[in-house]
Design a protein around this ligand. Structure first.
Ligand code: CUA
Length: 319
């Protein structure tokens, strides 16, 4: 029994380690869900003790027919009225939290589309739309409203440290607010089984000082600085990469895959799963499906040597 309990504790703590820890809330919405959780847990412990205490007492005490009426009243209050009050109160509280975290307002609007198996991220700014992928940056202390949808299957958008999770449904828009309260790189992930690479569908959620965020967003809005004579861009062009990928400022305007305009400015490759380095980039191009099974991007195993180097150098220059 003791070893079972310690095993459960170890598993529990292991699950809480690291940046995906929703029990160490880094945002306002996560904080309200966390508070609800602790109140539920404490309340459940108190009620469980009372019920077990009453059951033990009933088992040991002698039956007294003259107290039958009193016992019936106890059951009515404790077994009907109290649960209705408690569950009703929790329902109202939960609905209030839900209303708050899905309310249609925010200082910043971010549209996120769930794709197979990556995230299309579009900042909706007064100056226009700014498209990126697989990395979401947010200003500290500002409420960001997410408008979520999906391309073809249902995904679920979740940044555990910042807030609740929300389904992303094809043909429909759902909303979710996140108000970050701590700087840091909080991981996000897909929380709904969506097919082959579901477990590899992650992203970085980076909370920055508001002025750093503004500078970052202004930079993201710029087109790429590409020299059309770049040998790596020539390889990109010849291999047809631009049919799927966009690099703003060039003739590559493909709408299918992630936007690559500022690819190398992102920390991770492959939707939050690899560090962005020349080595992982080269492998991503040549051993695509060993890197991430089931994805739509074709592998280019024949691309080797100088041409591969030129392409990787070019992609890593897209900052
Ligand atoms: Cu997308 Cu699971």
């Amino acid at each position: 029994m003791k070893s079972l309990a310690s095993l459960a504790l170890v598993l529990f703590l292991a699950g809480c380690e690291g940046r995906h820890n929703w029990l160490a809330a880094a945002g306002e919405e996560a904080r309200s869900v966390e508070t609800l959780f602790w109140v539920l847990l404490a309340g459940a412990a108190v009620i469980w003790s009372l019920v077990i205490g009453a059951a033990t007492y009933a088992h040991r005490a002698e039956a007294k027919p003259e107290r039958e009426q009193e016992a019936r009243r106890f059951i009515l209050w404790g077994g009907v009225a109290l649960p209705v009050l408690v569950v009703g109160g929790l329902l109202v509280w939960g609905l209030l939290i839900l209303r708050d975290i899905t309310a249609d307002d925010g200082a910043l609007t971010v549209r996120v589309d769930g794709e197979r198996w990556w995230w299309r991220v579009i900042y909706d700014t007064p100056e226009g739309l700014v498209t990126t992928a697989n990395e979401i940056r947010l200003p500290l202390g500002e409420r960001a409203l997410f408008r979520l949808t999906a391309d073809d299957v249902i995904h679920s958008f979740w940044v555990p440290a910042l807030g609740g999770k929300m389904d992303m449904i094809p043909g429909r828009e759902t909303t979710l607010a996140l108000t970050p309260k701590r700087l840091g790189n909080w991981g996000g992930l897909c929380a709904e089984f969506c097919g082959g690479a579901h477990a590899l569908m992650r992203f970085d959620a980076i909370v920055m000082e508001p002025e750093d965020f503004e500078a970052w967003l202004a930079h993201e809005a710029q087109p790429a600085q590409v020299d059309e004579g770049d040998p790596g861009f020539a390889v990109f062009d010849e291999e047809g990469c631009g049919a799927c990928h966009t690099i703003r400022g060039t003739n590559a305007q493909g709408p299918v895959g992630p936007d690559l305009t500022h690819l190398a400015a992102r920390d991770k490759l492959g939707a939050g799963i690899y560090e962005m380095t020349p080595e992982t980039m080269a492998r991503w191009i040549t051993e695509t499906h060993e890197m991430k099974p089931d994805i739509d991007m074709p592998a280019y195993p024949d691309l080797q040597g100088a041409r591969l180097d030129a392409l990787v150098t070019f992609l890593m220059s897209l900052e």
